[in-house]
Design a protein around this ligand. Sequence first.
Ligand code: NAI
Length: 676
Amino acid sequence: MDIAVIRLDHPPVNSLNLALRRFMVEAIDAAEANPSVRGIVLAGSAKAFSAGADVSELGTPAQLQEPILLSVLARVAHCRKPVVAAITGVALGGGLELAMNCHGRVAQADAKVGLPEIQLGLIPGSTGTQLLPRLVGVDLALDLMLAGQTRSAQSLASSGLFDAVVSTDPVAAASELARRWAEPGAAPLPVRQRPLDAARVQAQVAEHRARLTPRQRLQPAYAALLDAVQACALPFEQGAARERELFLGLLSSTPAQALRHQFKAEREASRLPQAEGAAPRAVQTVAVVGAGTMGTGIAICALDAGLQVLLLEQDADALARGQARVAEHFRSRVAAGKLSAAVAEQAQARLSTTLNWPALAQADAVIEAVYEDLGVKREVFQRIDRHARAGAVLATNTSYLDIDAIAQATTRPQDVLGLHFFSPANVMKLLEVVRGAQTAPDVLATGMALGKALKKLPVPCGNAFGFIGNRIYNAYRRQCEFMLEDGAWPEDVDRALTGMGFAMGPFAVADLSGLDIAWRMRQAQAATRDPRERYVDVLDRLCEQGRLGRKTGAGYYTYTDGRAAPGTDAVVRQLIEQASARRGITRQPLDAATICRRALLAMVNEAAWLYAEGVAARPSDIDVVLVQGYGFPRWEGGPVFWARQQDRATLQRDLQALVAASGHGHRVADLGPLLD
Ligand code: NAI
């Protein structure tokens, strides 16, 4: 036995917990001491060389207990016998750092590698920022680390990261390499000792720094990553010390905590307490009713998931347009090289279209995406009820309507649930899975399972106006309208919130989605609206003037060639000033901090109410919905996480003031259950 193969064996993914770290040091010590061993191969399982740090250890004392990963890596790098990594499955984060500290690396072509730490608000903290640039150059190293991207070994075959990429089990090739390098003078220079040109490093880092997006600049990990890479021009030990210092600084930072919270919350969200033990019904064929914006998006993602899809319309032209949109979608993905022509063809071959309701009988699940009108939806569900087979799951994609009122139109309300997709439905990951009063547990379980099959992030919700997301978003948007009346301009509000990291401000969003949707809903609610309610009519007045948003060239903002003017125009300002005057408000400018705080407080108050009402099963589900569906900055963790970071007494006091200013119909929620 001239080559010792050390097998990492910590299922399922060889996460580098304390026990595995101890094992590695002992195994290397033993192999080094054994005179019959000439070289060492470090190998994992078919599933994983190593997926990196143990996430459950992150931030706990065990993570920093010796041998810490850094000590293990030094042991590997300084081993007097050549160590070669045989990479299969995944080598991510600390797993890739381990491989880079070996003297050589052989990877199986389909292995996936990457340093995804940035996604958790961290940087690689165990030599990754120092070694990757030495192996693949600063540019590629930064591209990979800034994106936190995972790539196939094959796609990096010529990058310098690997000594060989092979199509079979890499242990044999790795052993061969170790054997060859055991000859005196044959081993290459250890990666740690390879020098980099300081001026070039500096220039390349500066280029990447200049290209950071505003949202990246708000997150300290991006600048820290660039600082760490800049240090790789220093001798290795100094650079590694700098990396470590930056890493430890980030570890307990609020953004890193928030990102860990989101990571855990997303995993937790797809657990369904109400359907514990209920087996989902099998779904192979999905019928989508309505081939509009949402219907075609849903059809595309069901085709991508390998399901048979039947698209049903009432209108032949609408059906043809829907079908053309699906075809165009696949064509553009093939053209962009994101999908092979063969796969696109197979996907489209699974699509059939019809104008005939009896065809619904073949579906295991029906997803309705027709106009947002209760009368229309009830009529559609009566028809679905007539034609769908017994046991089929019947879903509505309604944004606001009462699931029970829709379910009552059928003879089988137990089979009906809401599946609220977000637009564009083939892109957005969030899916609200809405439970009606009579929805059966296995129907809910089917909704969750179907969501996962469609590669969505399904979040269970109770049946209440707006479910989780739109209900909180409405409270937020209303508060932003109050701020207009109080003294802010739309651009002040939008700038403050994007400055905090929101993908877009509420008024830019309103213009983008079209003001007429909200206008129609406001008109429908007008008859029942309490006259004592604080109601800002700016949006209605804009719509009356034909300013429906981006699509008409003007809404809150004016647009030329699709680009918004930097501020609002005189017409809008006048409408806002009139609204302030009618309410007897002397307009006072609002600063960015006040705007953000008011917007967040409105969200938190609504979150506390809907959690108390059981609309959300867990507080963390609310954070998942806002981050995934509404552009809430992920590194702020969501409204609940944000509220938990605040001083409780101040929060409660500010909430009182906010609710008082919001007027009739607003009540302060008890934050206790939500935040404890
Ligand atoms: P859309 O107007 O683009 O499409 C609706 C389609 O349904 C049209 O093609 C129409 O011909 C068809 N249709 C109407 N009545 C029908 C009937 N009786 N039988 C068969 N087909 C019929 O509407 P969109 O935007 O796709 O919205 C659909 C649903 O999705 C609505 O309930 C909406 O609230 C909801 N939704 C919309 C989102 C969006 O951003 N557009 C986001 C999430 C949900």
